[in-house]
Design a protein around this ligand. Sequence first.
Ligand SMILES: Cc1cc2nc3c(=O)[nH]c(=O)nc-3n(C[C@H](O)[C@H](O)[C@H](O)COP(=O)(O)OP(=O)(O)OC[C@H]3O[C@@H](n4cnc5c(N)ncnc54)[C@H](O)[C@@H]3O)c2cc1C
Length: 394
Amino acid sequence: MTSEGGYHIIGGGIVGASIAYHIGRRTNDPVHVYEKGTLANETTKKSLAFFGFYGDETQYRMKQYGMELYNDFLSSPRADPGYVTTGRLNVATSEEGAEALRQDVENRNKRLADADGKRVDTSPVDFAEPHELKRSLVLPFLDTNTVTGGIFRPQVGYLRPREMAIEFIERARDEGVVFHENTTVTDLTVDDGVLSGLSVDGEERTADEVISAAGPWNPRVAAMANVDLPVKHTLAPVLELEPAEPIQYTIPWITHRESGFSIRRNADGRVLMTHHPPGKHADATEYDPDAVEDSVPTDLRQRGLDVLESLLPVTDTFDVVDERVGIRSSTPDGNPVVGWTRVDGFSVAAFSTSGIQLAPATGKVIATQLLDNDPTSFYEGLSVSRFDSYVDHK
Ligand SMILES: Cc1cc2nc3c(=O)[nH]c(=O)nc-3n(C[C@H](O)[C@H](O)[C@H](O)COP(=O)(O)OP(=O)(O)OC[C@H]3O[C@@H](n4cnc5c(N)ncnc54)[C@H](O)[C@@H]3O)c2cc1C
């Protein structure tokens, strides 16, 4: 067994990179990141990478820290992650859908009124009838005869996710963190609820702390420590379409309430479409991430193209030029599972979507728990103990 101690992070996506950065800048102990492939090349690379203000209070507070950190990174970037503000337009095409959107705005306003001055959500958000959309936004391609209503959130944009992960990686390397590519963690050693080591490509090492940031592989890694994660999966297909003629306008992130299809326009002019069905965690399942192929199932592809064409008729001349399939993780309440588990020395950072936006705060929470023994103000909202009878470490 190699005597090592220190902090060992499993997974070199944006979440593992952020954890490495946040721990590395605060300790002189060894910090290692193990990545079974190449860095930031799995879910992180496939992401549509929106960053903006929507979600519950936990997510808002996490995003505020993230926005601050990304502003710092963007002021002296190492890898050109960019940021394009697009806004987010959530549209409905049925009367029920429009009513549901109206209700969303009403509920949100009620929540804010009840927050009694402690509100964090400051987006100017309102329900708009189709004719109001046409009078208030530059959206020449949207078929406002098909749309029955919409909500526009201005404080939303997207970035290059792999490059943003590299921002963390380069800064973590400056702090002495060692990243090991093509290196797989194959087992964890746990005795009487205490983790003492890990196997790296079959070689055993001692460890003070192991953190699983293994994306859709998290349930599998956690099982090595006998921890059950309340995490399931849904498929996240992406089609890239190329317009016959370049589009000269910014297109917001348009999401279609009824079907769950959404699009955004890339800086290179391509339009990206994905599917995030409005289902529940109970409908999600567990996939083997190594067995999911990068071709979008034919029926899903056709449904997506039909929805897209009905919202933006101009897209009937667009060609599909690329495609991929990622995996979105899902938890019962839609927020990630971050921090200590009932196994001493084993922490997790498992996502329910939004990992690009929440990675910064996740790194900070893990570093604060492990280095200061402080659960942080996010504990109630993020700890795995919120779901069952896990013994906590407070
Ligand atoms: C199509 C799509 C659209 C999305 N859109 C958005 C969005 O708009 N905004 C947003 O914020 N989020 C979005 N997400 C979610 C976001 O991309 C993810 O939450 C985030 O990338 C998760 O990062 P991660 O580091 O946890 O996982 P990953 O990037 O998957 O990294 C985990 C890494 O762990 C490695 N690994 C696994 N097991 C082992 C092992 N045993 N040993 C060593 N290494 C291992 C894997 O190889 C992998 O590289 C989207 C996701 C998809 C798929």
